[in-house]
Write a protein that binds this ligand. Structure first.
Ligand SMILES: [Zn+2]
Length: 273
C-alpha cells in the first residue's frame, strides 16, 4: 500500500483526542501526502470549569482547526453533539456510517470500548457498530457503499481490563514529539486549563510560559506513550530493528476483528508513511 495515497479517518470523542492519540503518526502521514481526517464526535462543550457551554464549543472548534493546521491534516470535523452525552444511538450510528462512506478511508481508528470516559466508550461502540453496516447498501442508501472496505483499528489507552491494548502496529513518537506538543498546545482550554484543574493541580500561567515550559507541561500527557512503547516493543523491533530498544515513546494501534482484516505484518506497516 506504500506506493499509493492512503486515507486515514480517526473518530475521537472530544476535540483533542485524535491529536493526542494519533497526532504524531497523522503528521508524518500528512507530510508524506496521505489523507488524514480527524473527527470529534462531540463538540467538547463540557470540558471547562468557568466557561459557558456555547462559548466553550466555539473556542474548542477554533483550537481544533489550529491543531489541524499544525499537523497538516486534510480536515478536522466536529459533530454537533454535546460533550458528556454521546450515546450509541441509531441516529449517531448513521452519522458515522455516512461520514466513513463519504471519506472512503483505508483505515478507520477509534477508542476501545473499555475506557473510563462514557463518551470514549460510546464513540468506540458507534464505530464498531458502523464496521459491518457500512457494507450494507440498504443502510443509509443515499450514501453508496465504497468499493473498498476499510480496516478498523483501536488507538492506545491505559486500561488493562479486560486486557491491555494489543500493539499490532507501533509508530515511534520521539522524533515528532515537538510537533505533537505544538498541536496539543493549541488545545489550551484543555491541557492548560481544564485537565490540570480536573487533576487538582495548580493552574499554569500559559502566557507567562516560554515554549520549553509549555512543552514540559505537556509531558504529563505525552509520558503515557512510554507505556505504549513498552507494550509495542516487539512490534517496534519488527519495524525499526535494533533501533527499537532506544525508542522511548510510540503511538500504537490494535487491529479490530469486526471488519476486513490484513495479516499482522501488513497491519504493522499500515501507519508508516
Ligand atoms: Zn476524550
Amino acid at each position: 500500500m506504500s506506493d499509493k495515497q492512503k486515507r486515514f479517518l480517526i473518530f475521537g470523542a472530544h476535540p483533542d483526542d485524535p491529536d493526542l492519540l494519533f497526532g504524531g503518526t497523522a503528521y508524518r502521514l500528512a507530510q508524506a501526502g496521505h489523507a488524514v481526517k480527524f473527527v470529534s464526535m462531540t463538540n467538547g462543550n463540557s470540558g471547562h470549569y468557568s466557561m459557558d457551554k456555547e462559548a466553550l464549543a466555539v473556542r474548542r472548534a477554533g483550537e481544533a482547526q489550529a491543531s489541524a493546521k499544525i499537523l497538516g491534516i486534510s480536515e478536522y470535523e466536529i459533530f454537533p453533539l454535546n460533550d458528556g452525552e454521546l450515546e450509541p444511538t441509531v441516529e449517531n450510528r448513521k452519522r458515522v456510517i455516512r461520514c466513513i462512506r463519504k471519506f472512503r478511508p483505508d483505515v478507520v481508528i477509534s477508542h476501545r470500548t473499555c475506557d473510563y470516559h462514557p463518551d470514549h466508550r460510546a464513540a468506540g461502540q458507534l464505530v464498531l457498530d458502523a464496521a459491518y453496516l457500512l457494507s450494507v447498501p440498504l443502510t443509509c442508501p443515499e450514501t453508496p457503499v465504497p468499493d473498498n472496505l476499510p480496516i478498523f483499528a483501536y488507538t492506545f489507552d491505559r486500561f488493562t481490563r479486560p486486557a491491555p491494548i494489543r500493539a499490532d502496529a507501533a509508530v515511534e513518537m520521539d522524533s515528532v514529539r515537538e510537533i505533537k506538543c505544538r498541536a496539543l498546545a493549541c488545545h489550551r482550554s484543555q491541557f492548560f486549563e481544564w485537565l490540570p484543574y480536573g487533576d487538582g493541580l495548580e493552574l499554569p500561567d500559559f502566557d507567562a510560559m516560554d515554549w520549553p515550559a509549555r512543552c514540559a507541561h505537556l509531558d504529563r500527557w505525552l509520558k503515557r506513550f512510554e507505556k505504549a512503547a513498552e507494550l509495542g516493543r516487539e512490534t517496534l523491533r519488527q519495524i525499526y530493528g535494533d533501533r527499537a530498544a532506544s525508542i522511548r515513546t510510540a503511538e500504537v494501534f490494535e487491529q479490530s476483528d469486526y471488519s476486513f482484516q490484513v495479516p499482522q505484518e501488513e497491519f504493522a506497516r499500515l501507519f508508516l508513511p
